[in-house]
Design a protein around this ligand. Structure first.
Ligand SMILES: CC(C)(COP(=O)(O)OP(=O)(O)OC[C@H]1O[C@@H](n2cnc3c(N)ncnc32)[C@H](O)[C@@H]1OP(=O)(O)O)[C@@H](O)C(=O)NCCC(=O)NCCS
Length: 177
């Protein structure tokens, strides 16, 4: 190929709010991750427009992209876990292009989303459904000070492991990361 840096060299990850123009770059790895069926309980085979409605939730949700070497390599979203009197607790979701995994992009997105959520006034962050076999995510969330509150038994139908648990994970946002 060219003389530029190799594709797997990620010098700096820029994270910014996503725009509609980012969706064509997100959708291919969204489809890969969802259709793989190991991490998200979402319907497989969503069209480009159906998937956009799932990921680009309306305000007050915020959606972000991670950019490395000018390419969208990951995305995250954060919003209230529930409405009204539960809306001071955030929830968030993350996807990193599997071709770019293991290079710190998920960690960068995680730190960024925690900082944004704190600056928006959320008091805590809760993940509702972390598949217990998702060891990469589990290690990352633990490193970011999330702890397991409960595990919903046999709540996820994993393509290899069968019925596995979904962890509810939580961390407060009032102290610094
Ligand atoms: C979970 C997910 C967001 C993590 O993203 P990621 O970019 O791979 O995460 P990181 O690179 O920050 O960390 C993952 C691992 O890579 C390692 N790593 C970090 N920087 C690295 C680098 N420069 N070189 C090599 N490895 C590195 C980390 O130490 C970590 O290793 P560990 O799991 O053994 O502790 C991503 O795998 C993903 O999108 N998975 C599918 C969807 C999903 O599971 N979402 C979360 C649902 S709860």
């Amino acid at each position: 190929m060219g003389d530029g840096p190799k594709d797997d060299t990620i010098a700096t990850v820029l994270i910014r709010d996503a725009t509609d123009d980012d969706w064509p770059a997100i959708y291919p790895f969204f489809r890969t991750i969802v259709d793989d069926g190991r991490t998200y309980a979402l319907p497989v085979g969503l069209s480009v427009d159906e998937a956009r409605l799932v990921w680009f939730e309306p305000a007050p949700w915020r959606v972000f992209v991670a950019i490395a070497n000018g390419v969208v390599v990951g995305t995250a979203k954060v919003g209230p876990v529930r409405a009204g009197r539960g809306s001071h607790v955030a929830t968030a979701s993350f996807m990193v292009d599997p071709d770019r995994a293991g290079r710190g992009i998920g960690a960068a997105l995680g730190h960024y989303v925690i900082d944004v959520a704190r600056s928006l006034g959320y008091r805590a962050m809760q993940f509702n459904a972390v598949v217990e076999t998702n060891t990469t995510a589990m290690r990352l969330w633990r490193r970011l000070d999330f702890r397991i509150l409960a595990t919903i038994p046999e709540a996820f139908d994993h393509p290899d492991a069968g019925l596995v648990g979904l962890h509810v994970m939580h961390r407060r946002l009032s102290s610094s990361t």
